[in-house]
Design a protein around this ligand. Structure first.
Ligand code: 26V
Length: 859
């Protein structure tokens, strides 16, 4: 021991003296190397020839092929490798700055990150897009074709996951110390195929041939216990200790995806955990001759991160879903603790000063009892001290009021998977009910029943949202109206208890992806009018507003739109085989298929128009193309029937010569981020038609407006704030307000009243129950059935008349080109508020309390 120790010392001593001796030469060499590296970087950024050489170098030396035989995929991989040279350098600089300054950071825990494609965005953010384009052009390659090689990273269902991706972009751009934590799903959201009008789900294997953006980090692997039982040990002094004997250990392997801030401001990491069996775990079974059993167990562990669950409320897979949530939450917390302890050596006095954790919906809420467990059971901290830390660190964002989406887990699943966590949840609940609720509403058992984390009943359940509220410092909704409903309808008692905990952060979207990268024509116009910094200061786009009536600017703006429509028409032809006229009004509804989003209301209007055209063959209307994109959860039968209805009705209309191409209906298959990037810049009308009170915010509504579409929508979610900025006169608002909906519900809504009193409505609803569109009338009749016998839960019929009137106003305005251009410009130029940079600044100032740091080229 002594020998080893002194040896170690002397070798360290030697190193120091050697270092001193060469320090001057070394310093010079390092400085020279740094200059070289910077020159190299700059030339890579600016010099087309250097970029070209790099791509060819990577094609040969990284990918192992040559210019002559390389596939498009290989060229794309070489392009990514070239970009990665710049990205990793910036990443190292960022991490160096944050480590040396021991910065406070936010950790964004989300089961979903819908990143889409990264190539164009990263090149644009690094300011090398044009260099890369020219370099590739000289090599005889079209950059657009290469970018089409990239499979979307579809690790999310919809709005919530895409919001997380926009937030990562803004965190990196604003250079706030941050990490995104999630799950490295082997299969993202299913790929949708349409066969004979019906949705078919196919697996999405986004990294079948590897993803060149991600880096595996074996040095940061974590191990997570699961299952088993808890033993209560009593020490000689009478104190009690809980010891968990887990049944299995799961290995969490981190994959890092760098997120590049605009102009390389900083590079933030998205760390996604993949589940693997631990080295040790299958040996016992294996040695006992159970080779096959061991393989089965291995497969079971690997299943944890295999697939993203689509949003359907089926019972199947509940166990696995909770395991996923626990797995990634625990890996992330252990990673956070490991990094903290590198400089704080298990002294938790500073923990809450350095760490903020945002829970993106209830999916990662299991992190609350897990942090309690890590601090109390594994780090030996008292319950009270641990609770103080936990309640300082966590905040929770609510993204939906839909009761079926509010997560509850059966207690028996907890007993099986997470027995110690269940004990901790019981303890949190006991203290909350007996200290907090009792103090406020003494003896009121009804209040206790309602606020309890545990729902009593034949199957006891753990209410994750209640746990989140009880442990969080701040709870936010995602648009003004939604946050109000969270306070008043979802958590009224909690907000009486803790009024200061509740706040609003209106969602936003990144203008880098949703304007600059996807709409270069519009970006150029803003460069000229607002200066090149508009993607960082979206408010500055307001500089276009004074030109809203200028004929030249109107023409320029609408020419950009037209060009985008021509491109989309070509895509529609390619994907749907339908010819559409780019002069027609493009009316778009793209979002997950759900009854509350009311794609069937849109369909009823289409039927109404079609019927009028058939009744009067001489009638001339504004030519219109209705464009849909939507995935339905695989077990959601009615949603799938609505997709089928859109397709068969579209097919009939598109091929009906009598209506002279005045109406077209297309359903674009496999809606995803990269398709949205093509559709949104080409839209004239943005359909945002949810029943008021149900769409928490919406985010595509913002993307459409930024790109000059007019909203046809209800006073719901962020629509309210969008029209407040862009002018209600420049959009088409219709339907019941949240208050109207509440009142009608209270009065007793009867869809038959509307059906019986509106001839037009009745005709189109009945049309669904006929063999006019398809022999399989059952599928379409199921929609009618849900609207009548089913009680029309989302009040489609109640809003039909008002919806038709809004469409009429839109058609009239479209015929007046100057008026339309005015409205389109006013929308696009008024969206400053809806940059995700603003959302992040709101989180930073009201919740996270972070500082950002300039990232210099220091190492
Ligand atoms: C979840 C589920 C699960 C079970 C069955 C049905 C169902 C339906 C919807 C959901 C959605 C969960 C959360 C979500 O994605 N919310 C969306 O979050 C966006 C970002 O804040 C927001 O813009 C959307 O309005 C909101 O729907």
């Amino acid at each position: 021991m002594a020998v080893r120790s002194s040896g170690a010392k002397s070798s360290a001593g030697n190193k120091r003296s050697v270092k001193k001796a060469v320090s001057l030469a070394e310093t010079k060499a390092v400085a020279a190397a740094k200059v070289d590296a910077r020159a190299d970087k700059n030339s890579l950024k600016l010099d087309v020839n250097v970029f070209k050489e790099k791509i060819v170098h990577h094609l040969r030396c990284t990918i192992g092929t040559s210019e002559k035989k390389a596939s498009k995929l290989a060229w794309w991989q070489a392009l990514v490798a070239t970009a990665n040279e710049l990205i990793f350098d910036r990443l190292t600089q960022t991490q160096y700055t944050h480590a040396t300054k021991d910065t406070r950071a936010v950790h964004y825990l989300s089961a979903e990150f819908l990143m889409g494609r990264l190539t164009v965005n990263n090149l644009v953010s690094l300011e090398v897009y044009n260099t890369a384009k020219s370099a590739l052009q000289e090599l005889g390659i079209d950059i657009n074709e290469l970018c089409e090689e990239e499979t979307d990273m579809a690790l999310g269902n919809g709005g919530l996951g895409r919001l997380a991706a926009c937030f990562m972009d803004s965190l990196a751009t604003l250079a706030y110390p941050s990490v995104g934590y999630g799950i490295h799903y082997e299969n993202g959201l299913f790929r949708q195929e349409i066969r004979e009008g019906r949705q078919i789900e196919r697996p999405d294997s986004w990294r079948e041939y590897g993803c060149p953006w991600e880096v595996c980090r074996p040095e940061s692997v974590q191990e997570v216990p699961i299952g088993g039982f808890v033993e209560t040990q009593t020490a000689p002094d009478g104190s009690i200790r809980k010891v968990w004997h887990p049944e299995h250990m799961i290995k969490g392997v981190p994959w890092d995806i760098p997120v590049v801030g605009f102009r390389g401001a900083s590079v933030t990491i998205l760390r996604l955990w993949e589940s693997r069996p631990t080295e040790s775990f299958n040996w016992d079974v294996f040695n006992a001759g159970g080779y096959v059993d061991a393989q089965n167990e291995k497969a079971a562990v690997e299943t944890i991160s295999k697939v993203l669950y689509p949003n359907d409320s089926t019972e199947a897979g509940k166990m696995l879903r909770l395991t996923q949530q626990y797995f990634f939450s625990s890996c992330s917390l252990r990673d956070i603790l490991r990094r903290y302890n590198r400089t704080h050596f298990h002294d938790y006095g500073e923990f809450a000063k350095k760490i903020a954790i945002q829970l993106n919906d209830t999916h990662p809420v299991i992190a609350i009892p897990e942090l309690m467990r890590l601090l109390v059971d594994e780090e030996g901290i008292s319950w009270d001290a641990a609770w103080e830390i936990v309640t300082e660190v966590f905040s929770y964002t609510n993204h939906t009021l839909l009761p079926e989406a509010l997560e509850k887990w059966p207690v028996y699943i907890f007993e099986k998977l997470l027995p110690r966590h269940l004990e901790i949840i019981y303890e949190i609940n006991y203290r909350f009910l007996n200290e907090v609720v009792e103090a406020k509403w003494s003896g009121d058992d009804e209040k206790k029943r309602k606020l309890s984390i545990i729902e009593e009943g034949p199957c006891k359940m753990v209410r994750m949202a209640n746990l989140a509220v009880i442990a969080s410092r701040k709870i936010n909704g995602v648009a003004e109206i939604h946050s109000k409903l969270v306070r008043e309808n979802l958590f009224p008692e909690f907000s009486t208890l803790w009024p200061d905990r509740f706040c609003n952060v209106t969602n936003g979207v990144t203008p880098r992806r949703w304007m600059l990268a996807c709409n270069p024509g519009l970006a150029e116009l803003y460069n000229e009018i607002a200066g090149k910094d508009w993607p960082l200061h979206l408010d500055s786009c307001a500089a276009l507003r004074p030109y809203a009536d200028d004929p030249q600017i109107q023409k320029r703006f609408m020419d950009i739109k037209f060009k985008n429509k021509v491109a989309l028409a070509a895509e529609i032809k390619k994907l749907c085989g339908v010819e559409v006229d780019p002069h027609a009004m493009f009316d778009v509804q793209i979002k997950r298929l759900h009854e509350y989003k009311r794609q069937h209301l849109n369909l009823l209007y289409i039927l109404h128009l079609y019927r009028k055209l058939l009744a009067d063959p001489a009638m001339r209307i504004v030519p219109q193309v209705f464009i849909f994109g939507a995935k339905a959860a695989p077990a959601y039968t009615l949603a799938k029937n609505i997709i089928y209805a859109i397709n068969v009705i579209g097919d009939k209309i598109n091929n009906d010569y009598r209506i002279r191409n005045q109406l077209k209906v297309v359903f674009m298959p496999n809606y995803r981020v990269s398709l949205a990037e093509k559709i949104i810049p080409a839209a004239d009308i943005s359909e945002q038609i949810s029943t008021a009170g149900y769409e928490a915010s919406g985010t595509s509504n913002m993307k459409f407006s930024m790109n000059g579409a007019l909203t046809l929508g209800t006073m719901d979610g962020a629509n309210i704030e969008i029209v407040a900025e862009a002018g209600v006169e420049n959009n088409f608002i219709f339907g019941m307000s949240v208050k109207d909906v509440q009142e009608l519900k209270a009065k007793g809504y009867n869809p038959w009243d509307f059906y019986n009193s509106n001839q037009d409505l009745r005709a189109v609803v009945d049309w669904l129950d006929s063999d006019f569109f398809t022999e399989d009338r059952q599928a379409l009749a199921s929609i009618k059935h849900s609207l009548l016998e089913g009680g029309d839960p989302y009040m489609v019929l109640a809003d039909f008349a008002s919806y038709c009137a809004a469409h009429k106003r839109a058609e009239e305005m479209y015929a007046d080109k100057a008026r339309w251009a005015h409205a389109a410009i006013m929308n696009s130029a008024s969206m400053g508020k809806f940059s995700s940079d603003r959302s992040i600044e709101d989180y930073v100032h009201n919740i996270w309390k972070l500082k950002n740091y300039e990232i210099k080229d220091e190492i």
